[in-house]
Each structure stands twice: as structure tokens, then as C-alpha cells.
Design a protein around this ligand. Sequence first.
Ligand SMILES: *[C@@H]1O[C@H](CO)[C@@H](O)[C@H](O)[C@H]1NC(C)=O
Ligand SMILES: *[C@@H]1O[C@H](CO)[C@@H](O)[C@H](O)[C@H]1NC(C)=O
Ligand SMILES: *[C@@H]1O[C@H](CO)[C@@H](O)[C@H](O)[C@H]1NC(C)=O
Length: 381
Amino acid sequence: MVRKLACGLFLIACGLILLKKTDVGVVLMTNFSDVNVGITYVGTAVAKGAVCLDGSPPAYHLDEGFGAGRNKWLVHHEGGGWCSNMSTCLSRKDTRLGSSKKMEKLLPFIGILSSQQKFNPDFYNWNRVLVRYCDGASFTGDVEEVDPDTNLHFRGSRVFVAVMEELLAMGMKKAQDALLTGCSAGGLTVTLHCDQFRALLPRATKVKCVTDAAYFVNVKDISGARHIETYYSDVVKTHGSANNLPPSCTSKRKPGLCFFQQNMAKLVETPLFVVNSAYDSWQIPNILAPDTADPDGRWHDCKFNLTKCSTDQLKTIQDFRLMFLDALKELGSSSSRGIFIDSCYEHDQITVQETWLSDDSPALDGTVRYLNWQRQLEIGT
Ligand SMILES: *[C@@H]1O[C@H](CO)[C@@H](O)[C@H](O)[C@H]1NC(C)=O
Ligand SMILES: *[C@@H]1O[C@H](CO)[C@@H](O)[C@H](O)[C@H]1NC(C)=O
Ligand SMILES: *[C@@H]1O[C@H](CO)[C@@H](O)[C@H](O)[C@H]1NC(C)=O
């Protein structure tokens, strides 16, 4: 994949006009440096074989709730793409996306993770957890054997359970409310594990899920190839994921197809909220115009800077939006599902302060801001 999927600061462009916002981002990062949250390693997971790609223990960051939020939990999954074969998993193994030895020990909590009321009015005082992504398959893999030559561990499914068990023991088992959230590959983790998360919690807990920048659509690339479909099917094969994907989906389709929310999201029984851009700035370079489909590099400048696109390329991108909206219809209309779709050239919105809640964060009809859908999501109201 061309760019690593990650939750963090990205250039934002709305309505296909690039607005440079890096300066704002730097200011925000600086301001948040005093709310960095330390890492916790889940040492007990190792004995269960619930380990990262390199065999190291999984990890998370927890900022404890306070006041009225003391018994409310928000568990967020970070993104970071996938690895689809031995060679890409080997290159990932000794990075922060494959090994807790390489992870930052402190991370800023921003957007939906912020502890400051003015930046995150609905969740600032909840227990907020950032689960580190370290398996390369949205926590779905489970292969018992470990090849001594590569020392690659495909155990994401066990990691998900081990981390949740630790959080339950830390007090989440008494949660009044629990929200499972995630961006990108972490947003896919949310959809694939939402009902499992629900089942781990007591019946009395109100549970909802939010999947951000993860409505990856199954469309042909510009060369006509089914690039993303093949790619996901390789991820599932490499990690031995098939048995750990929801049977409601795998009983009907090839397991690789369950990575597409257009097939999977409607099967989730727990309330699910979808946040995505119709011009997702990861999907366009990696699903619509991946390098494999563009050997001459005609799309290279355009996909990273829309002002450099030709008229034809812009048309292709606008057609992608229509395909995205078609795929979104697959969600159906259930009162337990909600959506927020905007047209910023953006990827990951809930952990980026500018798109989560700021003076000019994406809004519905110019007045209704994120705050409103945060309120709809607010559990217990
Ligand atoms: C960041 O901190 C500086 C200095 O404390 C302040 O002037 C500025 O307004 C802050 N920015 C935001 C977005 O809060
Ligand atoms: C592994 O995956 C990468 C990225 O998708 C691809 O470029 C490469 O050709 C694959 N390697 C093999 C051996 O299949
Ligand atoms: C995008 O390209 C335009 C010129 O076509 C340039 O002015 C602008 O700085 C570029 N934006 C970024 C973010 O590189």
C-alpha cells in the first residue's frame, strides 16, 4: 500500500479544494503535549499466545475517567493498514505496527480521545483507551504455528480478546456505557468485533460502535482490476482470519469479502455509526488508483494533491464518490445505524481535532456540527 493508514493529522481539503491546514495541526499538537498518555503492556497476554507480529505483548494507553464519566468507557482502535503476505508482514514486524517494542511510550489524546471538555464535550471525562494496532489484519488472525525462520505471529484475534479482558478487569465490566471506536484499519476492527465486544460486556451496559474512515468499498481500480478485493483476500489468507470473522458474513460470502463494510456492516446487531468521507484520501490513492494500476505514474501527483488532477481525473474521482454512495446504500435503513458522510479529501476524522470539533469542522447544512451527532451517540440519552 502506498501510504500507511494511520490516525493522525492529515491535510484536509473540502469540496475538492486544497486548504493547507498543517500550521493549525502543529499548534494543536503542541497544545496537547501536556496530555500525553502513557503506554501499558498486556504482559499476561503472552502466555495465551495473544501477541503482536513479532511475539511481543500487545499494548494500550488508558486515560482514566472522572466525575460523571467514571463508569463510562470509550475503547478506540488505531489504524495502520494491513500486511497481506510474508514479505510485507516481515517488513512490518519490527515497526510500531508489528511490535510493542517499537511503539511510542506516550501518545497525545486528541479529538474523541481528548480529556478537555472544550475539545470533546461528550466523552472528555470517560475512561478513554487507545488500543495499539500490532497484528496487520484488523485483529482477525489466528495461526497456531510460528515459522522459526520468520518468527511471524498471526494472532490478532487473540490479541483483541486479551486486551478486552484486561480492560474488563480494570473496571470496564462495571461500565454503564461502552463505545467501541476506531479509524481506518482500526475502524474495520470495530465493525468486525462490534457484536463480540457487546457480548463481552454485561447485559445492562449500553454498547455502541463507531467506525471511522473504514467504509472501504469494493470497486474496480482505474485499470479495471479488482485490486482491493484481491488484497483483502490475501490478508485473510495470510493471517488465517476466516474462522474469526463473523459467521453471519462468512456463511454467505468468501471471507475476504467480509472486510468490506458494504457486506459486513448491515449484519452488525449492535448500534453502529459510520463516519467517512465520500472522497476518502486513502481510498482514492489505494483502491481507485493504486500504483499497480498506474504503471506510468499518471495519477501520482493528482492523488496526493487534487489541484494537480486533469479534468478527466477529477471526473473519475467524482464517479468514485457515486460508487461510494452506492456501496453505502447497502447499510440499509435501521434505526440502530447512523451515518455521517462529508466530502473533505480526508481520512480519519474523529481523532483529528479539526474534523472532530472546531470552528470549521465538517457540518451538516452549515449549522449542525459534529457535536450533534456526538450527542446522538451519547449513550444514555
Ligand atoms: C495553543 O496554545 C497557545 C499558547 O498557550 C494559545 O495561544 C493558542 O490559542 C492555543 N491554540 C488552541 C487551538 O487552543
Ligand atoms: C506482497 O504484497 C505486496 C503489497 O501488496 C505486493 O507488492 C507484493 O508483490 C506481494 N509479494 C508477494 C510475494 O506476493
Ligand atoms: C498542490 O499543488 C499546488 C500547485 O498545483 C501547490 O500550490 C500546493 O502547494 C500543493 N499542495 C500541497 C499540499 O502540496
